[in-house]
Design a protein around this ligand. Structure first.
Ligand code: NIG
Ligand code: FE
Length: 416
């Protein structure tokens, strides 16, 4: 058994529980001062304050700093070929996101690069992104397919996620997003593409165990609410849990579908209407809000305060992708959560830990610091929780512990 203590924790801040926190509960977190954590075989075995138990063996001295659960990034498009820096100029000249897509750019240009990339190229590129994310304090990441739009490339993306899960420390949750755009070769036959997804690709993805979730981009010019329902229902028949990109640009009914299909999460929700918020509250759907995307698109911000008031659990995630959010920095997302959504630091912490975990069906094993959960945690170069929400643009994660292990910590002599 590998056992060690993390001692001298100035502030331990964590939500509590094994399910999403909603309403006032989202801001009710546990704060302990002068705390310690006992880690055993990659899991948390005990937490307390004051004098730690007298144990032989190793200790990590947290230096009186802040410790939180490892961050959970519950929405990324991690696996893609190429980048799209050329679209920045178009944006600055006023060409909109949906116009770029309608001209065959946007998602469709990343589809071309992703089809051209080999599985190993995609793997190396995503691995580098994950290394950066881990250093920023992110210990679990959801990753979507959706830049293949054909069976071969969609499966290639999902296989990359599985290979990454086996070869690097960050845990990944895989989502099938074959309905991310209508591929060029089906421009005149939507029905054929929908049938391909529902009758061929979804069954294959499920059969090979390549994804846990099925997502769809429900948006003007992409997939209608009715088409989205059909795809998510097909996913459900094959055991894939529904997620939905809803109300990002136009409110065409995406958030209303959450209740109907029993979606575990709805994503974006920038222009979510009141009825959509009510549907999510009733269904217990996690609202996965992506403020860095609003920032990058220069759009408005999701009505997060209304969601919290209505009892919708809110998660915050990066949406890392080459088009609408070329940033993977969840610390920046936390800043925006406070500054743009007007969330409190306590609500933000829950949003990037326990509620993120709930959005990917993992709230029983990660997302809070409690005995029995994974020892995924961050020692921050910060005295308290307010500090990491307030400072901007620096990486404040000092030591990131994943499944009880930190290469960085060991080598810097922090264990003694
Ligand atoms: O979440 N909204 C759809 N998909 C991504 C953008 C993908 C892209 O532009 O490449 C998003 O914003
Ligand atoms: Fe997205």
């Amino acid at each position: 058994m590998v056992q060690y203590l993390i001692t001298n924790i100035g502030m331990l801040a964590t939500p509590l529980g094994t399910s999403a926190r909603r309403g006032a509960e989202q801001g009710r977190i546990r704060i302990l001062r002068d705390a310690w954590i006992l880690v055993e075989d990659g899991k948390i075995a005990g937490i307390g304050t004051g004098d730690p138990p007298l144990l032989p063996g190793r200790r990590v001295d947290a230096g009186g700093k802040l410790v939180t659960p490892g961050l959970v990034d519950a929405h990324t498009h991690l696996i893609f070929g190429g980048w799209r820096q050329n679209e920045l100029g178009l944006k600055l000249h006023g060409v909109s996101y949906l116009e770029i897509l309608a001209r065959g750019g946007g998602i469709l240009s990343t589809v071309k690069s992703t089809r051209e990339a080999s599985e190993d190229e995609l793997l190396d590129k995503a691995r580098a992104a994950l290394e950066e994310m881990l250093a920023l304090g992110v210990t679990t990441v959801e990753a979507k397919s959706g830049y293949g739009l054909d069976q071969e490339t969609e499966l290639k993306q999902l296989r990359v996620i599985h290979r990454l899960n086996e070869t690097q420390p960050v845990d990944l949750a895989a989502t099938f997003l074959g309905a991310h755009a209508l591929p060029t070769e089906y421009q005149n036959d939507r029905e054929a593409y929908l049938r391909l997804l529902c009758e061929t690709v979804i069954p294959r993805v499920a059969e090979e165990g390549l994804a846990e979730f099925c997502d769809v981009f429900c948006e003007t010019g992409v997939f209608t609410a009715e088409e989205s329902r059909r795809i998510l229902e097909a996913g459900k028949r094959h055991g894939l849990i529904p997620k939905i990109h809803a109300d990002e640009i136009d409110p065409i009914g995406g958030s209303l579908l959450t209740k109907e299909v029993g979606a575990i999460s709805a994503e974006h929700l920038i222009v979510c209407p009141t009825e959509g918020i009510a549907a999510m509250a009733e269904a217990g759907t996690v609202a996965c809000c992506l403020p860095a995307t609003s920032f990058y698109l220069g759009s408005t911000y999701a009505p997060v305060r209304d969601m919290i008031r209505a009892g919708v659990p809110v998660a915050l995630a990066s949406d890392f992708n080459p088009g609408s959010c070329p940033s993977l920095n969840l610390q920046f997302v936390m800043n925006l959560g406070c500054l743009r959504y007007k969330m409190t630091p306590e609500e933000v912490l829950t949003a990037v830990t326990l509620n993120g975990a709930a959005a990917i069906n993992r709230a029983d094993s990660i997302g809070s610091l409690e005995p029995g959960k994974k020892a995924d945690l961050v020692i921050w170069d910060a005295p308290d929780l307010d500090y990491i929400c307030y400072r901007m643009g620096s990486n404040l994660a000092e030591i990131v512990i994943k499944d009880g292990i930190t290469e960085r910590g060991w080598t810097r002599g922090l264990l003694n």
